[in-house]
Design a protein around this ligand. Sequence first.
Ligand SMILES: Cc1cc2nc3c(=O)[nH]c(=O)nc-3n(C[C@H](O)[C@H](O)[C@H](O)COP(=O)(O)O)c2cc1C
Length: 365
Amino acid sequence: MSTLFSPVALGPLTLENRITIAPMCQYSSEHGLANDWHLIHLGHLALSGAAMLTLEATAVSPEGRISSRDLGIWGDEHAAALAPVVASVRRHSPIRLAIQLAHAGRKASSRVPWEGGMNIPLSAGGWQTVGPSAQPYAPGDTVPVELDAAGLRKVLDDFVDAARRSAALGFDAIEVHAAHGYLLHQFLSPLSNQRTDSYGGSLENRMRFPLEVFKAVREAAPGTVAVGIRISATDWADGGWDLEQSVAFARALRRAGSDFIHVSSGGLAAQQQITVAPGYQVPFAQRIKDETGMPTIAVGMITQAQQAEEIVASGKADVVALARAIVFNPRWPWLAAVALGAHVQAPRQYWRSPREFRHLYPRMP
Ligand SMILES: Cc1cc2nc3c(=O)[nH]c(=O)nc-3n(C[C@H](O)[C@H](O)[C@H](O)COP(=O)(O)O)c2cc1C
């Protein structure tokens, strides 16, 4: 019996297997609106057999976008553009849908990756960024405006509005983006948060704003929607955010009603030193799961069926998330099911495929 293909609960949400698709920015929107790229991209991933598909980092405000091409959810027109995409996926797939709500903070106003991803200064048509402190990500980047009380209130309200819109659209889960050096992570890390008020200094103070946002999102979403968070477990940099602090944060999140935690790493500091290897972030997920008991999603260079099976069967994490491997091969869960003697749900229209190739895939339905 495969554990990877057994059900698991993330709070109110039951997934039929342990494979989820990680959020992946598409940088394909105009004015934050979903379009036919999102339909085709999310549509094909929805037929993958994974249990849950998480939409890309979706900006809660225009200034919170990484680039001008990011997907957004700050207005009714954004919800209206996403609605037919969600409806199409629902019509043709049982996959559960999550949305990642995001604010880029000081890493906003950037070029899309295929144009280099650099910061766009105000003088070249960029926009004013905000952050916990007036400290840029890299020397020469736009200096962010330090958020004051009104600025913090606006960010919180934007997350709440976004959560309400997401719930109204029928998303099964909301993932608050507090990873990869974006705004909420900037509050957590002592490398980017130099505040002297109650939002800076001690660990408790640095966690304060991300926790306020999380609690407000949790409150804004109905109890039937799973609400969780994505964190970077470490900055991979001296004097930065680390696993010990992540454990403390995870404990506080658990108390705040977090239904899951998705454990990534890095992205905050230009001087980060990461040693990347298969499953390199799994030990972070394992430690957080062991210490908090919160349903935990592991991510990062999980590419093989047996590898994924071992992670969940040995209890290192409850769920795995795949990004690049499932873009490369959107039938990854089908093949993993073959390898592990399990089954995935496939659309009726494709049922001939495994039958025709029974000699190759003897265990497919
Ligand atoms: C094209 C692309 C876009 C990404 N966009 C996001 C994003 O919107 N939000 C996020 O938290 N991580 C994002 N990531 C990181 C992935 O979710 C994932 O954590 C990372 O790629 C490691 O997993 P992998 O080894 O399976 O690719 C992105 C990664 C890729 C390759």
